[in-house]
Design a protein around this ligand. Structure first.
Ligand code: CO
Length: 216
């Protein structure tokens, strides 16, 4: 990789940017950080892609304190992922979030990589989950000749599968016994800045196969 221009300036920009951020917030509301420091009570858990172009707060015009966020490559919900499961449990049980959103995005490098046969390394173990989504839907996907359109559809199918994975988790099912929790699947368009709601709403175990329903 080419060395990027001025290493020091590149790094300083973030700290300078932080000073501006802090100052601007305090100009608008001198109590802004004091109020935030009292605690968080977010209504939403966002499970999104690590892609630098899909920042949860920015694309939803929300403020600090409003969204609990977990991001990984290609927004996957994997039941053996201790990190995600801890975030999910904490968000539902201790923060009491009401909406869990899986937000994928068109033009996802992870989805593209999973669609190919290129070997990238460790990430291939992770992307295997998307290959499984492809395999499960291969009749539909193979019928789409245009590669970009096929990637877009796989992106959507992947989001739908991850929302189902949430519904299959004991954490979510336990919470459903106590209160309403809504699971949503979204796709963000990097070239439009707009979110498409895929209308995959799960609010109970009715939508998943009986084998995945725990007796609670
Ligand atoms: Co992505």
């Amino acid at each position: 990789m080419e060395p990027k221009k001025d290493m020091e300036a590149m790094y300083r920009r973030l700290l300078d940017g932080n000073k501006h951020f802090s100052m601007n917030k305090k100009i608008n509301d001198p109590e802004y950080f004091k109020k935030l420091s009292l605690g968080q009570r977010p209504d939403y858990l966002w499970i999104g892609c690590s892609d630098s172009r899909v920042p949860a707060n920015e694309v939803t015009s929300t403020e600090s304190g409003e969204i609990f966020v977990h991001r990984n490559i290609a927004n996957l919900v994997v039941h053996t992922d201790v990190n995600l499961m801890s975030v999910l449990e904490y968000a539902l049980v201790y923060l009491g979030v009401s909406h869990v959103i899986v937000c994928g995005h068109y033009g996802c490098g992870g989805v593209r990589a999973a669609m190919s046969n290129v070997m990238y390394g460790h990430v291939d173990n992770w992307l295997r989950n998307i290959k499984d989504v492809y395999q499960k839907n291969q009749t539909e996907l193979n019928a789409i000749k245009d590669e970009d359109k096929r990637a877009d559809r796989l992106t959507e199918l992947n989001v739908i599968e991850q929302v189902k994975n949430l519904a299959k988790s004991a954490i979510v099912q336990n919470e459903w016994k106590k209160r309403p929790v809504h699971l949503h699947g979204w796709v963000y368009g990097i070239n439009s800045g707009l979110i498409t709601d895929l209308s995959v709403i799960h609010d109970g175990t009715e939508d998943i196969d009986p084998i995945y329903r725990f007796q609670i």
